[in-house]
Design a protein around this ligand. Sequence first.
Ligand SMILES: [Zn+2]
Length: 441
Amino acid sequence: MEGVDTLIHARWVIPVEPSGSVLEDHGVAIRDGRILAVAGNDELRGSYRADTQHDLGEHVLIPGLINAHTHTAMTLLRGMADDLPLMTWLTEHIWPAEQRWVSEAFVRDGSTLAMGEMLRGGVTCFNDMYFYPEVTGEAARQVGMRAQLGMIVIGVPSGYAQSLDEYLEKGLALHERFRDEPLVRTLFAPHSPYTVDDGFLGRIGEHAERLDVPVHIHVQETADEVQQSLRETGKRPLQRLEEVGLISPRLLAVHATQLEQTEIERLAAAGAHVLHCPEANLKLASGFCPAAALTRAGVNVALGTDGVASNNDLDLIGEMRTAALLAKAVSGDAAALPAEQALAMVTINAARAFGLEEEIGSIEPGKSADLTAISLADLNQHPIYNPLSQLVYAANRQHVTDVWVAGEPRVRDGQLTTLDPAETIARAEQWRERIAADRAQ
Ligand SMILES: [Zn+2]
């Protein structure tokens, strides 16, 4: 009998790779934070002796979910300004509130709230674009969550930085600071082609090449954005990114709701990735990312929630269902974006976008033990013909019971292990009181 740290015996394991596979009466052996074996429960019991054992007889075990695009600290602005088009929402509500309130304390409390919500909903990793990313990184380290921190660059002065150069400088310092942190990675996050000029985007591309990191940018989110770019430069935003060398396997294009067929083909040929945020696009009436057409063309598509101020939650299980349903409606094809593809978009596809496909995104020996267990015991989960279909079309995040990051339990029986929800909520409500009182004046 070989010694391991943890054995998880599940009713089903959905490893994601190979796609569509559902293993019944299977489990996982974990040692030193990594998946040592995926096998039948009897075989695991016969081969390994574990310090900790979990019997999850009514559960499906999946890879930890990856939120490919968010702005975690904005969770403090949940519900502050709803039912508005993107530019009104951004310029009249969000940017003024951020100018007034965003600080290190705001980012710490907002991103901690977001991490609690995400972990509780089965999310083990997120990709963030926001001010004071070092504060979010420290919070992630404390909570024990995997984070991709954006080296944010935006042509709007803030308490964090005043100029494009200062943003870039702080980003490079961030990269140095977290370079040896096992769960935290950094990547470039220029906000958009309408807030960062083409010359500067080109410079960011050169730094990305040098540091070997992705470039994460909002692009072609709305028809207005494309029209404005055409008016001012005679070019579509993606064409401008092309001219400064950003259309490459490093590109993580967020939203991309306004795509022409030639642009889809170009993204596919370049090996670029699209980060699709269906609920934020629906809520802001931004348009529809052609997720099924992109996937058919060979573009890697991953899902994000976007910030809570435009979603209004960080629920990737819900986002996965929305993406599947929306793709069918947009393409007029009920077979578009089937359940296994929707699940891939919140796991292995996201891992691939960040260059982490050898580390996370599927349940395979050698990968980090980032795992999520979801109970299928509830009335609304029965009968169970197909656990994968149930997960995408009938489960919700309230059914998440246990979550591990690198083999460490972060949610046990529905309870967060590394942060205190009551304290986190109290801090969020203190912010709400101050912000609401200020807005009422
Ligand atoms: Zn965003």
